[in-house]
Every structure is written in C-alpha cells, then in structure tokens.
Design a protein around this ligand. Structure first.
Ligand SMILES: Cc1ncc(COP(=O)(O)O)c(C=O)c1O
Length: 666
C-alpha cells in the first residue's frame, strides 16, 4: 500500500495531557482541555477571537462537564487528518463525519470543529481555485439526541435566533421553535450523530457563508464570532500566523532564505502534494529530495521501528550497514564497490574531493562553472554558481580551477558547437600539468542540475574524464540531484554520458528527506584515505540511516518509480515543448525524465534571460496551486523536479497552470 487510509483512530476521553505519537494518543489530545488543545496544535490552527460571545445559558446545557475534571468535547483540528489520507493523497469526502462517529463511539459526548480554522477536510487537490475551507462558525456532532436551548432571549426567524447583541444560526437540527423565546427555553433538537452548523454574528451583520476562502477569511471572521463560549468552552486563543516569519527571522539566521515573499505555511505533505495551514493543497514540482513522495508510510514505519530498536554508529558491528553498502555498490558498475556513508550532499561531495586529494597526493581540483556542490569549506570552494553566491567567481581559493560551463543553450558554444566545450576543458587540464599543478580530480554534475537540468554535450564526460585520468587525477560525479532513477532511462546521470567516474557522491533522494548521503568509489581510492587517518561519521551509516536507505531503495523498486520518471517525464517534456511553440517567453525546455528546466527569455535572438518574469510567474503559479521555483545563474529557469510518484494528471495540471499564466499574464 502506497499510502494509508488505515483504520480510523479510536478515542478515549481522558483528563491527561498526552503526547501525540499515535492516532489513539492524538485523539486523546483532542479530549484534553481546550488550553491544551491550543498549545498542541500551534498557531496556525488557532482561530482569531473577536471578543467573546456571552451566553446566559449554554446551548448544549448539561452535555459537557458531566464527569468532574473531564472535558468530554473533542475538538477537531487538522492533526486528526494526518492519519486519514488515502493512497492518492486525498481525504475521503465524508472524513469529518467518519472521524466524528469514531470519536463518539469511543466516548466523546460532543465533537466540535473549530471556528476560524482552515479545514483540511475541505481542501481540493489539483485545483486552480482557492477552496472554501475556513469555518465562519463551528460544527457540532452530539453523540446522543441533544436539546439545544436558547442562549439568550430573542426572536426566531427561520433558522436564526436574534438576540439583543447577537444572532445565532443553526442548521442540521430538527425544526427551530418559532416566535419569541427566553434564555434557557428549548430552541431545537439535534438528532444523535447529526452534523450541526452553528454560526454567531453581531445583530445586523450579513449572513456569512459557513465556509470561506482563506483570502476572504479575515473579512468574514471580523463579521462573525466564535460560538464556542455558547457551549461553555473557551473561545480559541488568537495568534497571528504571519508572526511565524518574524519569529523565524529573530531566531533562525536569515541568510537561510525561504521561498516566496509571502510563503504559505506548509505543515503537511502527501505524495506530490503539500498542504498549507490555510487549507490549500499545492502540487509540488520542486521537491526532488522527497523522491518517493511526502510522508511515505513505509519510510515512516521503518524510521519508527528502527528508532525503537537501536540507533548507534558504524564503529559497532551490525548487519544493516553492510547490507546497505552492498546494495549501493550493487547499483554501480565496476570498479565502484566501496562505500562511505555520511549525512548530506555537501558532506558526500566534500569527502569525494578529500578522497581524490588523498589518493593522488595532489591539491588542485577542476570544477565546472555555474555549479553548486554544497556548503562545506571544500564544496563551497568548488561551487561557482552566482545564483548561490554572487561573488563566487572572484573568490575561489587558488586550488580551484574552473572550466567553462558547458551550457549548450546560452553558453560560449551553442547547439552542435557545444561539443567543443570538452576540448577546451581538456586543454585547460593539460595546461595545469604543464604548469606543474596536475589536478587531483575533476568534479561535475553528470546532468547539469544547477544550470536547469541540462544534459551535458555528447561525449563531454568521456573526454574530460580521459584527460584528467591521463594526468593521474580522478573523475568525481556529483549525483546528488540527478542520480537515483530521476532521469528515467538511466539510474545514474553518468550513464547518460556513457562514462564511468572514479568517485560518486549521492544524497537527497538517498534518504527521501532523511539526512543520508554516500560516497562510492573503488577499493584502491578508498584505501588512499588511510594517509589521512581514519574516517568516522557519528550518524553516517547509523542503523537508522541504513534502514531508511534500504527502504527507499525498496520503495523505488516496488513502486516502479524510475519507470514512472521515464513515462511521466516524457509526457511532461512533450507538453512543455508544445507550450514553447505557443509562448515566445519559453526559450527552451531542458532536461531528461523528471529533471526538467523551462528556460524563460525576453528575446529569441539575444536569449536575454527573463528573471523578473520568472519570479512573477512562480508567484502566480502559487496562486494557482503549484509550487515551482527559479534556478540557474540567471534565475530564469523553472526547476521542474517533482517527487517521482507524480502522475500524468499532476504533470498536466502543472502545464495547464503554466499555460494559463503565460496566456493571461502574471
Ligand atoms: C549538485 C548538488 N551537490 C551537492 C549538494 C549539497 O547537498 P546538501 O544540501 O544535502 O548538503 C546540492 C544541494 O543542493 C546539489 O544540488
């Protein structure tokens, strides 16, 4: 099973303040006091309060607080849905009622869904429109038939009780009384298990729709009131969701930038979808790290099981480090048979460089311009992407030698001429030898991910690898982005070039978001590291890392994701190329499989990049429900690298949204 509906959580009424670890405990949290609930779910699930509504009598008098010290109202917050997603990444249409019934069967006397909350149960995937998700009232599910009483004196008109200050609207109840009622008199009956919508607004305010779009919510919430105090429950505490960004800025080094000037708050994901706390479901076109899809149940199960069993380090003797290393080596051609396990792509590429310098006894390294290999001292030195560091080219240490970016679209050599890049790089390597500085190695992404998913010119790696080896240096392939099946036809990027490197670095997909990287090389190169002492990484190769790494490989195989990358990637590229014929701003569509780049230009002749347009297009795509971001030195390429589980429907949604933006403007 690729995702889990699974059995519904059962609920117990409990006065305790439990920890959310399992579905059952999660429901238990919901049975705790409202203050606990608010603390447990965080700011974004909290609704604003515009002054508490005062009631003379509880609407559901006597229903709550029947057991001293125990609150028998379950408040439905979005956390309850986390265990209820279907395999296709959606929630069942009837999920709210189903969960409420389950809670009632487990002892809840009343289930209450919050006011002002964006309810994930109402979200829609693959929708260009913002859904009506924010509740302008509350929903009640009483476990037994419940008389509802007037909370204040008033006049009944249809489904509304108008008091001196507020109007109360009920739907889903057996007929309301009519005429005048006094506080405490019977108003209506809520049948057992019924779904009752309760709205409160100041007298004279317009009738609010029960649910509204997140964009309109502030206005409708200003015109309505939280009905919870009518149940004897405290109104929900106010917290500003925008507050999170200023708190982030205050505590988290701001140099760690975030996507979008007004980013949605994303707390949940499933497959190739991301859900915001504002109740929007986005198509995720950028997360190549979570290759298998978000919140994959098999990864979650593996991690939970292993954490309960053992997590130590590779100085101990356990099977998984051997099994995972064997499996990685088994995926590679000879002589790549020896594995180092680390925690990230930066560490992996850094170690790859250290291995090359140790094995050759040299210090100079050749790297390709417009590249990114990581943030460590060593990988930063060989990273020349000006998008990541505007001063990159001027600040390289003397041991780094860069060759021209083999960009066949806008570089020095274009189209058929692009084969000349290899010759230039070879000459540069030969000059280094002549200068008495033969390189320890040459590092390059085997498909040019950072430059927008561009394939290297035919024969490029074969020629440059041969030249570097002829001097006694080593070839390093950074497979952090493009390896692991993403290219569809090829498991590794270097296969597309028909070349075999001496060292490869991998990460990102390797752990599906769990920090896990590896370097794989030949036994001879690995042994060369002995000159540096020994190698140890505390969590690299831990039982947990290895268990997750192996489950990632299992799922990749079992779900046929490499084939899916080939099939959906081919469809996606063909559709994007068709868009190119329609919209002059698309200069070209780079890439292979599910690593594609849509390059935006202002002029077909000069190829002037269109970075401002690309940024605005990304913002508009977000409004239409798609997460996509720019890449490349000019920030004018839509980096299109979704989780490999994306389907044709998702790919079409992306292209249709892009077509709409390019047609209507941004
Ligand atoms: C090609 C390449 N190599 C290395 C890295 C560094 O990986 P990490 O962020 O896991 O340290 C990245 C990260 O984006 C990358 O794209």
């Amino acid at each position: 099973m690729a995702g889990g509906g699974g059995p519904l959580p059962t609920a117990r009424v409990t006065p305790a303040t439990p920890i959310a670890a399992t579905a059952q405990q999660n429901w238990a949290i919901l049975g705790a006091t409202a203050a606990t609930i608010n603390g447990a779910v965080g700011a974004s699930d909290d609704a604003p309060v515009n002054g508490n509504v005062r009631a003379v009598f509880d609407l559901v008098r006597g229903l709550l607080g029947a057991v001293p010290g125990v609150e028998n109202a379950f408040t439905v917050v979005n956390d309850v849905y986390d265990f209820a997603f279907e395999d296709d990444g959606s929630l069942k249409a009837d999920i709210e009622n189903e969960l409420a019934r389950a809670a009632a069967q487990s002892g809840a006397r009343l289930v209450v869904a919050q006011y002002g909350q964006a309810r994930l149960s109402r979200t829609r995937k693959l929708s260009q429109d913002s859904p009506d998700v924010v509740a302008t009232g509350i929903t009640l599910w009483p476990a037994s038939a419940t008389p509802l009483v007037a909370p204040w004196d008033g006049e009944i008109e249809g489904s509304t009780l108008r008091g001196a200050e507020y109007e109360l609207t009920l739907s889903g109840v057996d007929a309301l009384a009519s005429g005048s009622v006094r506080a405490g008199e019977r108003l209506a009956d809520a049948p057992a298990g019924a779904r009752v919508e309760v709205g409160v607004r100041p007298v004279g305010a317009p009738d609010a729709p029960p649910f509204t779009r997140a964009e309109l919510a502030p206005a409708w919430l200003a015109l309505t009131r939280d009905p919870r105090p009518l149940l004897g429950l405290p109104a929900v505490e106010v917290r500003d969701a925008g507050d999170l960004l200023s708190r982030r800025d205050a505590s988290f080094a701001p140099v760690q930038e975030f996507y979008y000037s007004k980013p949605p708050q994303i707390e949940r994901g499933k497959r190739h979808y991301l859900m915001s706390t504002a109740g929007r479901t986005y198509l995720d076109m950028v997360n190549n790290v979570t290759m298998l899809g978000h919140a994959h149940p098999r990864i979650a199960e593996t991690a939970a099981r292993q954490l309960r069993k053992l997590n130590t380090n590779s100085r101990f003797n356990y099977a998984s480090v051997v099994e995972f290393s064997e499996r990685l080596a088994g995926l590679l051609p000879d002589p790549l048979d020896t594995v180092f396990l680390v925690n990230s792509g930066s560490e992996a590429s850094d170690l790859a460089i250290r291995l090359a310098t140790a094995a050759t006894g040299r210090r100079d390294v050749v790297a390709v311009r417009e590249a990114y290999h990581g943030w460590t001292y060593g990988t930063d030195a060989v990273s020349t992407s000006t998008a990541d560091n505007p001063n990159a080219l001027a600040t390289r240490p003397d041991w780094v030698h860069t060759v021209e970016s083999p960009n066949s679209f806008r570089g020095k050599y274009r189209g058929a001429e692009a084969v000349r890049y290899a010759g230039d790089a070879v000459q540069q390597i030969e000059r280094m030898v002549a200068d008495g500085r033969p390189p320890a190695g040459f590092i390059c992404e085997s498909v040019y991910g950072n430059a927008g998913g561009m394939a290297l010119p035919d024969g490029y790696l074969q020629q440059v690898y041969a030249a570097v080896r002829a001097t006694g240096g080593l070839a390093i392939s950074d497979e952090v982005q493009v390896g692991y099946g993403r290219l569809g036809e090829w498991f590794w990027g270097f296969m597309q070039q028909n070349a075999v490197p001496d060292i490869i670095s991998i990460a990102k997909s390797t752990g599906n978001g769990y920090p896990l990287g590896a370097v794989i090389t030949s036994r001879a190169v690995a042994d060369g590291f002995r000159s540096q002492g020994y190698f140890f990484s505390s969590t690299g190769g831990s039982p947990l890392s290895c268990a997750i790494g192996m489950t990632v490989l299992d799922v990749l195989r079992d779900e046929g994701l490499q084939n899916n990358a080939a099939r959906v990637g081919a469809h996606l590229k063909a559709r994007l190329q068709a868009l190119q014929d329609k919209h002059a701003i698309i200069g070209t569509v780079h890439g292979i499989g599910l690593y594609l780049g849509v390059e935006m230009i202002r002029d077909q002749e000069t190829l002037e990049p269109a970075p401002e347009e690309t940024s605005a297009i990304c913002d508009r795509m977000l409004e239409l429900g798609v997460i996509i971001q720019p890449t490349g030195d000019h920030q004018n390429i839509l980096k299109t690298k979704p989780p490999l589980c994306i389907d044709i429907e998702g790919a079409d949604f992306y292209v249709d949204a892009l077509d709409r933006v390019l047609t209507e403007g941004w």
